[in-house]
Ligand binder design. Structure first.
Ligand code: FAD
Ligand code: DLZ
Ligand code: SF4
Length: 514
């Protein structure tokens, strides 16, 4: 006789074709979804992220019910809410007399460990299914990584192009090259007006969640005023369609550009949807490839965009599962400075940082170069403690889940893994930010000045970083040139740089506890 199955769906598993929803028997089975404080508070998420996750969960539950599926939905405010996924699962097994629990493996190590505990505690069979929403399974990644000395993304990406056939011309890369980045990375021309990007007005259900979040999480980071994230698949598909039509054709050109007051530029604005399951990575890549095949978007843009998803996104997930849990603890550069307050307040005279923190606060979003080359660059150069930086990135963005956040922060930004992910630290002085943005024009600091009160702090922090980490980094071939320059600097100049760096860093208040 068939037994009743309880199918737990997590807040980032909002996909109709999810492994644990396959073979569901609507006449017998029950889907369990639960809003719980444990998940809402393992970090103090940005208010917009909470609204996005809860509202998307509620919408998904409604859609399943409209199909005739029984959904047991436990709202955060439900009186008897046990506060944890494990507690809710236990209660629901008893409530429904379920003989089996079916789950899809969670995205994060933290939750995976909890799953293993439930297995022992629950009085029924627990079946954990593979999450097949990625284009590269964990086993395939492990096989690719096994025995390799270098785990560079570029090699993985080529394998993925071959395996999926995306942008392939028989067995050769479309256009004769794997990577068109040399055509990308332009700065925006002066006076360039980026397109208005589609944002979604919250409906009544989302507004209800907003009120709940304001009441229950009043002190969390971020503002709800500019909330514009879609919460359902139909709207997420609309966002994708509009991105492909309006922004993808120039995505490549201005992928690395930064502009004051324009946080979205030509980016996809789809990461929260991909990570919560409202969009599938393959369908996003297919939509981009179709635009190229139809002549609606050039190859440099489409290849650059597909590489982010087929390459980087799949790659960081592979690295995460390959290297956890030790990965999180490595701190090769011994960085230990506390996170300065301006990461929360946006109050700093460094205009680039103030703008990027402000965009993050207003939208739970900053594009990749803001995250990497402004906010991340400062964290790297200042020697901020990896754990503090990780927690910040994990809580401020609507798309943040540890499996994608951690390798980006730990590997790409902080070089805390000693170069597993990146061949050299993404360290840059003010000149880079000046070239790629219009931030410096209105900054109180002078980007051309190298030392002294008015000098752009990125300038002396850059050399201070290299000098401070000489032992760990001087052997890196890709840093040979700056280290040669450093070696030729007069000792008094190096001393002045280091003095300015210490003066600046030591004056930064770091008083926030989150
Ligand atoms: P687009 O620029 O339009 O790119 C398209 C898609 O490619 C993104 O939606 C995303 O799914 C994928 N992508 C692009 N770059 C990366 C990358 N480096 N790693 C993984 N996927 C990538 N992305 C997250 O989804 N969650 C995070 O928590 C997260 N934390 C980050 C932290 C740091 C320090 C850095 C440098 C990057 C982080 N990223 C993270 C990657 C990237 O910045 C975001 O995916 C991107 O900004 C999302 O905006 P978008 O959809 O407009 O992206
Ligand atoms: C991010 C999040 C939040 C804020 N709240 C919930 C929740 O109440 N219930 C739930 O099932 N999932 C939530 N999530 C998503 C989970 O944290 C996510 O599934 C894990 O981090 C695993 O990736
Ligand atoms: Fe940032 Fe320096 Fe430019 Fe100011 S001058 S915006 S601190 S890079």
């Amino acid at each position: 006789m068939a037994t009743k199955a309880l199918r737990l769906i997590l807040g980032d598993q909002l996909t109709r074709g999810l492994a644990s929803l396959k073979d569901l028997d609507p006449a017998m089975d029950v889907v369990l979804m639960a809003e719980v404080m444990e998940e809402a508070s393992y970090v103090a998420h940005h208010k917009q992220k909470l609204v996005f996750v809860f509202s998307a969960m509620r919408r998904f539950a409604r859609e399943l019910r409209e199909e005739g599926i029984t959904v047991d939905y436990v709202a955060l405010d439900a009186r008897e809410n046990a506060g944890s996924l494990g507690g809710e699962l236990k209660r629901a097994v008893a409530r429904h007399g379920a003989g089996r629990v079916i789950l899809t493996e969670p995205g994060e190590w933290r939750v995976r460990e909890m799953f293993d505990d439930w297995r022992e505690e629950l009085d029924c069979d627990v079946l954990i299914r593979e999450d097949d929403r990625f284009m590269c399974s964990r086993a395939t990644f492990e096989a690719w990584a096994g025995g390799r000395r270098s785990l560079r993304m570029e090699f993985f990406y080529r394998e993925m192009r071959r395996a999926t056939g995306l942008l392939m011309d028989a067995d050769q890369p479309e256009g004769g090259r794997w990577n068109f980045d040399p055509e990308n990375r332009k700065s925006l021309p002066k006076g360039h007006a980026p397109p208005r990007r589609r944002r979604f007005e919250p409906d009544a259900a989302t507004r209800e969640v907003m009120a709940m979040v304001e009441t229950r999480f009043p002190d969390n980071f971020g503002s709800l005023e500019g909330y514009g994230w879609a919460v359902g698949r139909v709207e997420a598909l609309e966002a994708l369609r509009e991105f492909v039509a309006d922004a993808l054709p120039v995505f490549g050109d201005y992928q690395d550009a930064l502009k004051q007051g324009a946080p979205f530029l030509y980016h996809g604005l789809i990461s929260p949807y991909l990570n919560a399951g409202l969009l599938a990575p393959r369908e996003v890549c297919d939509a981009a490839e179709a635009a190229y095949r139809e002549g609606a978007a050039p190859l440099n843009a489409v290849e650059g965009f597909i590489r982010q998803i087929l390459g980087w996104r799949e790659y960081v997930r592979g690295i995460y599962w390959l290297k956890m849990p030790e990965y999180r603890e490595i701190n090769r550069l011994g960085a230990d400075r506390r996170l300065p307050d301006f990461y929360w307040t946006a109050e700093t005279d460094m205009n680039c940082l103030a703008q990027c923190v402000g965009d993050t606060r207003d939208h739970a979003y900053a594009h990749h170069i803001q995250r990497l080359m402004v906010l991340g660059n400062f964290a790297l150069l200042a020697g901020l403690a990896p754990r503090e930086v990780q927690d910040w990135y994990l809580l401020v963005y609507a798309d943040a889940y540890e499996w994608v956040e951690l390798p980006n922060v730990h590997g790409m930004v902080l070089f805390a893994d000693g170069g597993l992910l990146a061949s050299k630290p993404y360290a840059a002085s003010g000149a880079y930010i000046d070239r790629m943005s219009d931030y410096c024009g209105t900054c109180r600091y002078d980007v051309k000045a190298k030392i002294g009160e008015n000098a752009c702090p990125f300038n002396y922090l850059y050399w201070d970083f290299l000098a401070r980490n000489e032992q760990a980094l001087a052997g890196n071939q890709r840093l040979a040139m700056p280290y040669r320059t450093l070696a030729k600097m007069a000792p008094e100049r190096v001393e002045a740089i280091r003095r300015d760096a210490a003066r600046f860093l030591d004056a930064l208040p770091s008083t926030y506890e989150r």
